[in-house]
Design a protein around this ligand. Structure first.
Ligand SMILES: O=C([O-])C(=O)C[C@H](O)[C@@H](O)C(=O)[O-]
Length: 320
């Protein structure tokens, strides 16, 4: 149970915006506001800014703070805004303090270090971060950071540890964790790469909120998929998985880092002016960019991105 209520409804669609850069390579915060409107209008119930899809590893701590502040201003209390905490304990604590100062509602705590850590080290790292945090903290499980039952129970008992984002998609692990924590207020969510791919399986074990990177590029699709998910409409989800998700996954898997780079390039292809990714993320090759463009055309979503319901919205649904 946390000291601060995050007020994110169960079974929510969550947004992870890209970080826009201008022609000079600097942050383009006005574009961030535009992206936020798109995400919110298509159903995002919280925004995680400057996180994985937002190129956390490419930002300075100062830039991260500016992104959080701009997002808090742009969303104006309509949804919680999460900042990131990363890069080792001193930097992570600094990021938490900066995010709190900038008005964030909560923090997504990235894995502490590049290598696999034993459970005692994980427990100590996240407890110390949460002790220092004025904001609720959501743990991020992926790669070398998978919480054992005992570690997760200890962390979930911390008054400022509010939930867990899963990036593994390991159903058996999630099932055991959800059943161990057994607290409806602990916010588990599916944050796997291209989360729609895992949504039916993780939804079945009680992890029914998910973050959608595709919501940045094809919000019309992401909203329709989410409706099918919420309605337990397996046939529609399977259809969308075959026609939309798997073709994107085939592109995404061509180069490590494309899970972010192609999302950003997709926004650019739809007129979003968010600039290229920063290194070390890979710039899409011209051939892959062309294939991404073909994918958008194949699903009839190559029109300019607009917030839903805007006067000049070109379309509001997906046809595949
Ligand atoms: O850290 C990140 O950006 C993510 O992993 C969230 C993404 O939205 C992910 O769930 C996805 O690719 O759908």
């Amino acid at each position: 149970m946390t000291e601060t209520d995050l007020t994110i409804p169960d079974r929510s669609l969550l947004g992870f915006p890209v970080t826009p850069y201008g022609d000079d390579g600097e942050l383009a915060l006005d574009q961030l506001a535009t992206q936020s409107e798109v995400l919110l209008s298509y159903g995002a119930r919280a925004l995680f800014v400057g996180c994985g899809t937002g190129e956390v590893q490419c930002l300075s701590l100062e830039e991260h703070e500016r992104i959080v502040r701009a997002s808090v201003d742009a969303t104006n209390g309509r949804v919680p805004v999460f900042g990131a905490a990363a890069f080792g304990l001193p930097n992570a604590v600094d990021m938490v303090r900066r995010a709190a100062r900038a008005g964030a509602s909560a923090i997504l705590a990235f894995p502490p270090y590049m290598s696999t850590l034993h459970q005692a080290a994980l427990l100590s790292y996240y407890e110390r971060l949460a002790d220092e945090s004025p904001l609720p903290v959501v743990l991020y499980q992926r790669d070398g950071v998978v919480f054992s039952r005992d570690t997760l129970l200890r962390l979930a008992a911390h008054p400022r540890i509010a939930g867990l984002k899963d990036g593994t998609g390991a159903v058996e692990v999630l099932q055991a964790q959800v059943s161990a924590v057994d607290d409806p207020n602990f916010f588990f969510f599916n944050g796997t790469p291209t989360a729609e791919l895992f949504a039916p399986a993780l939804g079945a074990v009680g992890v029914a909120s998910y973050s959608s990177a595709l919501l940045n590029v094809v919000p019309e699709f992401a909203e329709d998929f989410n409706k099918a998910f919420l309605a337990h409409d397996t046939e529609t989800m399977q259809h969308y998985t075959k026609e939309v998700v798997l073709p994107f996954v085939e592109l995404r898997d061509r180069v490590a880092g494309y899970a972010v780079s192609l999302i950003k390039e997709g926004v650019n292809l739809r007129g979003g002016s968010v600039g290229p990714v920063r290194g070390p993320l890979p710039t899409p090759t011209p051939a892959d960019r062309e294939d991404l463009s073909r994918w958008l055309t194949s699903i009839d979503l190559d029109t300019p991105l607009r917030p839903k319901g805007g006067v000049d919205a070109e379309r509001e649904g997906v046809t595949v």
